[in-house]
Design a protein around this ligand. Structure first.
Ligand SMILES: NC(=O)c1ccc[n+]([C@@H]2O[C@H](COP(=O)([O-])OP(=O)(O)OC[C@H]3O[C@@H](n4cnc5c(N)ncnc54)[C@H](O)[C@@H]3O)[C@@H](O)[C@H]2O)c1
Length: 571
């Protein structure tokens, strides 16, 4: 077996990749290459200028080309940029013939190493710009940790000199690189997406789309076209047995109830069904009480599952009942609206409404599994489907430029529910939500806050419309358009990115203005939200695709200006 002819050093900025690459190359008589240097050469301008003038996406494209170029050479030690191996395409390029060593360091070590540069030239590290570089390092590192873990070997560099770190790299290369490169399935494993298709170690689910790993529970999420007939089998795999109590939106039950019941019966489950009238009015304590009565009459026992079949209304209502009846019954979500698939069914928020406020009475209660059959969206009313795309687009904007491109390239196919495309984009969107929820189950660390992108103005407009004129997704689309205008006027977001966002929302048939909605009412509702958030609205704003910041200092006159624009009568 032959040792690798390329050594690739990955890891966050400040872990010593450039210095260590030079030292290792000198010891082997090889060349050291820094991909960031190559990008600067090829682009003819420094990286901060590429970010500022052309955007992160352009930088990532240049980076991909640079990686492909250096990976055609042998006898090289390659230091790659801190975000390069987030892309699976890049990881495949790097892994093909290269021995990948990740250089690790704690966030405080990284800041200590980068501080002289940040002080001297703050523009040099655009990803770390802002008043709290340590917080930003922690945030970015946490996001990228699953990708850094995809290496053949890791060297923890805290407390090591560059020479010592280089020795560790060389030792690993000598001992391990030949065997690593010859290992079966290595390329696929290193290129696999660590945030999707993560398999729960306790119960193997090789076919799960993703696994939510919340602090209180882990559970698989299955998303595919035609998944419904697998429902009973999936419950059995989750160690459920006995009876399944199907709580279903009446509209959905009419169309899909028989298929769901058949899937459960054929796997040996007894089934009792409780259709609930469609509409938000059913998400009430009265409906929950009626379902409790029904469960008592059925003599439901602990351990028997509640299966929620419907949109977000049923997910929330049936989830609330499951959380509270007999101190908790196992819950299975079978979301049937697009909003429920990519949002309500994943994350464990269950609730009913109070006459004074939506979702006021609720809990965090995670399901045992989620099964989303994308084909059932064919019967979803088209306005509901359109509204659901707003949340998918939101996930792409705040977290995933690859998904954004996929949506842009396939907007029409996604909207007409082309099976392959619809399954792909919805599965990706669900995996993004699952990853965020896994990091912050109960909205305690702040990570989950980014999911509120577009919701500040969106809530205000929804409330001003009396929760009747606008669907939630439509309000979120308007809210994203408003948030982007704010970010542009604060000088945080390039105008062309705001235009790109709005163009995609429009292509998906989502509104960008809401003439007729009372701006003053919307602002008053936002002021109430502000009170509920202890005096400071947390605005989630975009700086770039996949890059959000939380701001509490958006000037009120700017908010008023933007809400007035969104609600102005159109010429
Ligand atoms: N728990 C959470 O994290 C969370 C997140 C977002 C929204 N929500 C909640 O979700 C609810 C909104 O969800 P929604 O938009 O799905 O509304 P919904 O559940 O009221 O469904 C919308 C409409 O679509 C119909 N429908 C659903 N699936 C269908 C299908 N496949 N075929 C035919 N008709 C179908 C329903 O009968 C209903 O008329 C709100 O109550 C909101 O508070 C919860």
């Amino acid at each position: 077996m032959k040792r690798a002819q390329r050594i690739i050093l990955t890891g966050f900025s400040g872990t010593g990749k450039t210095k260590v690459a030079r030292l290792v190359a000198a010891r082997l008589g090889w060349h050291a290459v820094d991909t960031d240097d190559l990008i600067v050469q090829r682009a003819g301008k420094p990286i901060p200028q590429i970010f500022a003038q052309d955007g992160e996406e352009c930088f990532r494209r240049l980076e991909r080309d640079a990686l492909a170029e250096v990976c055609r050479r042998s006898g090289v030690v390659i230091g790659v940029g801190g975000g390069a191996n987030v892309s699976s395409e890049n990881r495949r390029i790097l892994a093909d013939g290269g021995f990948i060593v990740c250089l690790e360091a704690r966030p405080d070590t990284i800041l200590q190493r980068l501080r002289p540069q940040l002080r001297h030239d703050p523009e040099a590290r655009p990803m770390l710009a802002g008043p709290d570089p340590l917080g930003r390092i922690r945030q970015l590192k946490a996001q990228r940790a699953p990708f850094y873990a995809l290496a053949d070997y890791t060297v923890h560099t805290d407390g090591l000199s560059p020479e010592q770190a280089a020795n560790e790299v060389l030792r690993a290369w000598r001992r391990l690189s030949a065997a690593a490169l010859a290992a079966d399935g290595r390329l696929a494993a290193l290129a696999a997406d660590p945030t999707a298709a993560v398999v729960a170690p306790d119960r193997p689910r090789p076919d799960a789309t993703c696994v939510v790993r919340a602090a209180s529970a882990s559970y698989p999420v299955f998303v595919s076209w035609g998944a419904l007939p697998d429902l009973g089998r999936r419950l059995a795999e989750a160690s459920l047995s006995g009876r399944a109590f199907l709580i279903a939106d009446a509209n959905v039950h009419e169309r899909w109830g028989a298929a769901a019941e058949e899937a459960l019966r054929s796997a040996g489950f007894g089934v009792a069904a409780c259709p609930v009238p469609a509409g938000e009015a059913s998400k009430s304590l009265e409906s929950a009480a009626a379902i409790y009565d029904w469960l008592v009459a059925q003599r439901a026992e602990r351990g028997e599952a509640i299966v929620a079949l419907g949109g977000g209304m049923v997910c929330d209502l049936a989830g609330f009942v499951a959380a509270t009846f007999a101190r908790g019954l196992p819950l299975v979500h079978v979301p049937t609206s697009l909003l429920a698939m990519v949002d309500a069914a994943v994350g464990g928020k269950v609730a009913v409404d109070h006459p004074q406020a939506k979702n006021l009475i609720g809990a965090f209660y995670q399901p045992r599994l989620v099964l989303a059959d994308v084909s059932v969206l064919q019967t979803l009313p088209s306005r509901e489907l359109t509204a659901g795309w707003a949340e998918v687009i939101k996930h792409a904007l705040i977290l995933d430029s690859d998904l954004l491109r996929l949506l842009e390239d396939n907007a029409e196919a996604a909207q007409r529910l082309d099976p392959e495309i619809a399954e792909r984009v919805i599965a990706r969107s669900v995996a993004l939500k699952a990853a965020v929820v896994s990091e912050d189950e109960r909205e305690e660390t702040g990570r989950r806050t980014i999911l509120n992108y577009g919701h500040t103005i969106g809530h205000g407009l929804e409330a001003a419309a009396g929760y009747a004129g606008l669907l939630h997704g439509e309000a979120v689309a308007l809210g994203m358009s408003g948030a982007a205008r704010i970010a542009v006027r604060l000088g945080m977001l390039a105008p062309k990115l705001a235009q790109r966002q709005d163009a995609l929302l429009a292509r998906f048939g989502l509104p960008l203005c809401a003439p007729g909605i009372d701006a003053q009412k919307a602002l008053a509702a936002m002021a109430l939200d502000k009170k509920a958030q202890a005096g400071a609205v947390r605005w989630v704003l975009l700086e770039d695709i996949g890059r959000t910041v939380i701001r509490r200092d958006v000037p009120p006159p700017l908010v008023e200006e933007v809400v007035a624009e969104l609600t102005a009568a159109q010429p």
